[in-house]
Design a protein around this ligand. Structure first.
Ligand SMILES: *C/C=C(C)/C=C/C=C(C)/C=C/C1=C(C)CCCC1(C)C
Length: 265
């Protein structure tokens, strides 16, 4: 009893602490706030989404205390994904509002941390109910790295935008193969509980459909031959919308699975 009370106090303290950590990052980036114009819909989208990410972080961390122990890690990771993204959004919106330029470096640093964390979630929700070989984990990580490094080199102009697109698509295709036809999908079909199977299938649909928004953004941003300013608007607003689905909605799916599995026990 006392132990449980202490535990929930600790969790609340952890959630509070992480929000305190977000505040300075936010005010540091607030220099751009003065310049936000109501006509700058891309800038407004950066603002709205950074706040939604903060709220999602608080939610996931506070809900940790509600689920059974083996589900806590999944919710922690969901909260870390939105925490890392929120922090990067403060900086990205500042770059955008102040300069009107695409914050490519911050975007890819964010992805480099959050996308592997999302891949880890597949591994963890399966591991919560069955034994999963480490090879599954490494293949998902390798696919992720190929996808992101290809995309970055293309966006930064180190290689041609087209070549970066092709390399990025190849990495993504490899991930899709692993979760639809590879070992991860077989483990899910043969040994996961019904709630995990539902979560796994919804999560992989997000990786197929939700993630497809990013290459569409890349295409509209670099490969249509449209004027640079229009392309930058499209690129950033499309990436921003994609992040709401793939970071917040993805976390909510895991939360739902964790809650229903915990209530059952
Ligand atoms: C939270 C951020 C997420 C889930 C970001 C995901 C990013 C992608 C799925 C990016 C994919 C790309 C391609 C498939 C090809 C073109 C280059 C990329 C990197 C935009």
């Amino acid at each position: 009893m006392i132990k449980n009370m202490l535990k929930s106090k600790l969790l609340k303290a952890a959630a509070f602490f992480s929000l305190c950590f977000l505040m300075p990052a936010q005010s540091m980036a607030a220099t751009g706030a003065a310049n936000l114009k109501s006509s700058d819909f891309v800038g407004v989208s950066f603002w709205v989404i950074s706040m939604a990410l903060v709220a999602a972080t608080a939610f996931f961390f506070l809900e940790i205390q509600r689920v059974s122990p083996k589900w806590k890690t999944s919710l922690t990771i969901s909260g870390l994904v939105t925490l890392v993204a929120a922090t990067h959004y403060f900086y990205m919106r500042d770059v955008w509002v102040a300069t009107g330029e695409t914050p490519t470096v911050f975007r890819y640093i964010d992805w480099l941390i959050t996308v592997p964390l999302l891949m880890v979630e597949f591994f963890i929700i399966l591991s919560a109910v069955t034994k999963v070989p480490a090879g599954v984990f490494w293949r998902l990580i390798i696919g992720t790295l190929v996808m992101l490094i290809g995309g970055y080199l293309g966006e930064a102009g180190v290689i041609s935008a087209m070549l970066g697109f092709i390399v990025g698509m190849a990495g993504w295709a490899y991930i899709i193969f692993e979760i639809y036809g590879g070992e991860a999908s077989k483990i899910n079909a043969s040994s996961a509980t019904p709630a995990v199977q539902v979560a796994f299938k919804t999560m992989r649909n997000i990786v197929l459909i939700g993630w497809s928004i990013y290459p569409i953004g890349y295409f509209l941003g670099y490969l249509t031959g449209a004027p640079a300013a229009n392309s930058a608007n499209m690129l950033n607003v499309v990436y921003n919308i994609a992040d709401v689905i793939n970071k917040i909605a993805f976390g909510v799916i895991i939360w739902k699975c964790a809650v229903s599995e915990s209530d059952k026990a």
